[in-house]
Structure formats: C-alpha cells, structure tokens
Design a protein around this ligand. Structure first.
Ligand code: DX5
Ligand code: ZN
Length: 219
C-alpha cells in the first residue's frame, strides 16, 4: 500500500475546478503542488499553482503537498503558507549552506507545516542523511525537475533503496516520496525500493478513469 499524491501540474486551466473536484473524489491522499519559479527550473507555474490552491481551499479538505522548485525558498514558503499546506518541500540544491537548510526547516515547522527536502536525480542520497532527524519527508526526484510527462530515471530507484536501508538501520521516522514518471506499470518497483508515497501527474490526470488509476497505483 502506498499513498498517492496527485501532481496538478498537468491540470488544464479551462476545466480546472471540475478536474480538481474529480481528482478529489478519486481517492487520492494529497494534492501535489508543483511550484516552479522560472529560475531554479525553466518553467514558471507560480501563478497557476496559486490559483489552483485558491480553488482547492474552497472545494477540498485534502492535504496540500507543496513542492517548491524555486531559487527564493523563503519567499515561496510565505506565499504558500497562506493555504495552510500539510507539507512544504524545498530542494536541497536551493540552499547555500547547512545553516540555511536548518533555518528553512525551523521556519516551516514554526508555521505548522511538515517539512520535506527534495533532491534532484544527480544529487547523492548521502547528502540528505544529516537532515533526516529534523524532517518528515524526503522527496526523491525520479525525473529531472521542471516538467511533467517525463520517463522515470531507473538509476534513481537505487537511491530510494539506499535511503530506505539507511533509515531502517538508523531507526529514523521519515517518509520516502518518489516524484516523476510514475505509472501503474512501474509503481511496484517504487514500492519495493521503499517509497511509501508516490507522486503521479500524467498517469492520473491523462487517464480516462481517475479512481481506477488511483486504485491501481495504491494496490
Ligand atoms: C516535475 C514535478 C513532478 C511531475 C510529476 O518537476 O516535480 O511532480 O509534475 O508529473 P508526472 O507524473 O507526469 O511525471
Ligand atoms: Zn513535484
């Protein structure tokens, strides 16, 4: 059993409210909010994500799983705190040093959200170890951050396996969330590697039966 966080990146504007409502009733566990600032990654989704969070605040009680792919982390934490998110995840690669990582962890916790740290495919998993005791979720990117619909990078599975082994050996309570290129066909591999939350965008949003796809992903 894994939890499913649906990435709303590929929800089209024209029928966004209806789509978001249909996703809500499809049995997902979280809405995954992909915030891109056009600097940390090429695309800029900030305004769309703010708009969708406005909708979600009025139609849904499901927790928001905010994924910040941004250069100015503090500024974006403040923008999305307004929606009382369940989790705010920033990229380790956005921080200039350890002090700044610890400062952001503290700030997110002070504002009653859970803390996630995300690492890009080329960032070594060992770089996250020292922060594990202080955070709730590690968001392991299984694609290069920046857009939806990309194929999963197989080498990232080994990172999840390694992380899962490390947290078990060290008795650390932290969720492992995998993000990018996850479909019904490959979700089993992510589960076996140790992920307990999977992010899925295209696989769900582009499917013709949301609840069936979500059910298959969760099995
Ligand atoms: C990529 C995002 C992912 C992506 C997932 O930068 O962080 O959440 O939107 O979408 P799919 O499932 O289409 O890869
Ligand atoms: Zn994401």
């Amino acid at each position: 059993m894994v939890e499913v966080s649906v990435s709303i990146l590929s929800v089209k504007n024209e029928n966004a409210i209806q789509t978001l409502y249909n996703l809500e009733t499809a049995g997902i566990d979280y809405f995954h909010i992909d915030v891109m600032d056009g600097q940390f990654v090429e695309n800029d989704t900030t305004n769309t994500m703010l708009e969708y969070c406005e909708y979600l605040n009025s139609i849904s009680n499901l927790p928001l799983d905010v994924h910040l792919m941004v250069k100015d982390v503090k500024d974006n934490i403040d923008k999305f705190l307004a929606f009382e998110p369940n989790t705010i995840t920033f990229h380790l690669e956005s921080a200039k040093d350890k002090e700044q990582v610890m400062e952001w962890i503290k700030y997110i916790k002070e504002n009653n959200a859970k803390v996630g740290i995300s690492i890009k495919p080329n960032t070594k998993i060992e770089e996250i170890y020292e922060y594990l005791p202080f955070i709730h979720v590690v968001l392991v990117m299984t694609v290069e951050p920046g857009k939806g619909g990309q194929p999963l990078i197989p080498a990232t599975l080994e990172k999840i396996r390694q992380l899962s082994k490390y947290i078990k050996e060290n008795n650390i309570e932290v969720d492992i969330e995998a993000d990018g290129g996850i479909y019904v066909e490959n979700v089993e591999e992510l589960k076996n590697a140790g992920a307990n939350i999977v992010v899925s965008g295209t696989a769900i949003v582009k499917s013709d039966n949301f609840s069936q796809t979500v059910k298959k992903l969760k099995q």
